[in-house]
Design a protein around this ligand. Structure first.
Ligand SMILES: Nc1ncnc2c1ncn2[C@@H]1O[C@H](COP(=O)(O)OP(=O)(O)OP(=O)(O)O)[C@@H](O)[C@H]1O
Ligand SMILES: [Mg+2]
Length: 348
């Protein structure tokens, strides 16, 4: 794995006490792979993204890039590594300096890292603009003179300017209107193919993640509850929470079952046992007592759920045939058209 996240926790000290935003998360991203990270608002996705690029420090655990433990690096040693991991954020406007033109924004990282002569930097910026589908004439504009989609393209170009090994995209299209979402997702997909990017794609939108990612990690209340290959998502999602997310994507027309706030577990005091127990249609007595561990249910498919023997982690990986306990029968059919694709054909 190029990027390895090993038992990482993120905690925030708040006036209400310590909030466990990420709890003992382990997951890796292989070179050239896109790992999608999906889950509801507040489950800890951004905290995990930020801790990887050291915008925040982990409370525990290690993060390795190419085998090197990033937590052991001094701030001075960190700079060349920082260049190897870049992040694209949700809000394209606030991520850009309002006083800097597009060209200035894209040239600055090259200057900071002393890359190329000024003529070479100019050439490189032109190539980047072209790569993200921006006209060269936009180079002299300020952020407020650009559309939302153009701004996010500038952010993506900036992240790519240093030729990173790993690109972390945190809800890169959520702030854009739907037609632009499809365009920017297509751009990311093209870039992944052309540049063989290794990336972590964070989104609450399972359809977008299912389109872009090679593997998908599903997060619930600070923990990863399932990791599965994209090809298995629609028919072999095993965790009741993943199944719920699938059922609730817009083209399926089944809304996420309402939950009263009293039902929602608090990140300040997560329930004993499985964190999903209050909302789970299959909850069993063991779920109230014992936290399920990630268990192997396929070659590259793991799930933390007692339905699949999640309490047996100490016994090592077990391979089982998955009999889906889904409320709508075993196999979930893949939607003929992804929701955003439907939008894209309509509006691009
Ligand atoms: N700086 C902070 N201080 C205190 N609590 C925080 C801070 N940042 C995030 N949190 C809390 O940590 C938890 C995880 O937040 P995080 O932003 O990582 O979730 P998320 O999955 O990215 O959500 P969203 O989909 O809304 O972006 C939430 O309960 C959030 O309120
Ligand atoms: Mg977030």
């Amino acid at each position: 794995m190029l990027l390895e996240i090993d038992r990482v926790s993120v905690r925030y000290a708040t006036p209400r006490g310590v909030l466990n935003a990420v709890e003992q998360v382990s997951v890796g991203v292989a070179r050239g792979e896109t790992l999608g990270l999906v889950g509801e608002s507040g489950c800890g996705k951004s905290s995990l993204g930020k801790v990887i690029v050291r915008l925040i420090e982990p409370a525990e655990g290690t993060i390795r890039l190419d085998g090197a433990d990033l937590g052991q690096l001094t701030r001075a040693q960190w700079l060349p590594w920082r260049r190897r991991m870049q992040m694209v954020f949700q809000d394209p406007l606030s991520a850009l300096d309002p006083r800097k033109t597009v060209r200035r924004t894209l040239t600055l990282p090259l200057e900071v890292h002393r890359i190329g002569s000024s003529a070479e930097r100019r050439e490189r910026v032109d190539a980047l603009l072209h790569q993200v589908g921006l006209a060269a004439s936009l180079a002299d504009r300020l952020p407020h003179e650009l559309s939302g989609g153009q701004r996010q393209r500038v952010n993506i170009a900036r992240a790519l300017s240093l030729d990173p090994d790993v690109l972390i995209c945190d809800e890169p299209v959520s702030a854009l209107d739907v037609s632009l979402q499809a365009q920017v997702l297509n751009l990311l997909s093209d870039l992944q193919r052309e540049r063989a990017l290794t990336s972590l794609f964070i989104s609450h939108d399972l359809a977008a993640v299912g389109y872009l990612a090679d593997r998908i990690a599903v997060m619930y209340l600070g923990q990863i509850v399932e990791v599965l290959p994209r090809d298995e998502l629609w028919q072999h999602a095993a965790h009741p929470y993943t199944q719920l997310l699938i059922e609730s994507i817009p083209t399926r027309g089944v809304p996420l079952p309402p939950t009263s706030s009293a039902e929602l577990p608090s990140p300040f005091a997560p329930p004993r046992g499985c964190r999903f127990q209050q909302r789970c249609p299959h909850a069993m007595p063991v779920c109230r007592e014992t936290p399920p561990q990630l268990t192997t249910v396929g070659t590259t498919h793991v799930v933390a759920c007692h339905l699949y023997g999640g309490g047996e982690a100490a016994a090592g990986p077990v391979t089982k045939t998955i009999a889906l306990p889904g409320r709508h029968g075993a196999a979930q059919a893949e939607p003929a058209v992804e929701p955003w694709q439907a939008e894209s054909t309509r509006s691009v």
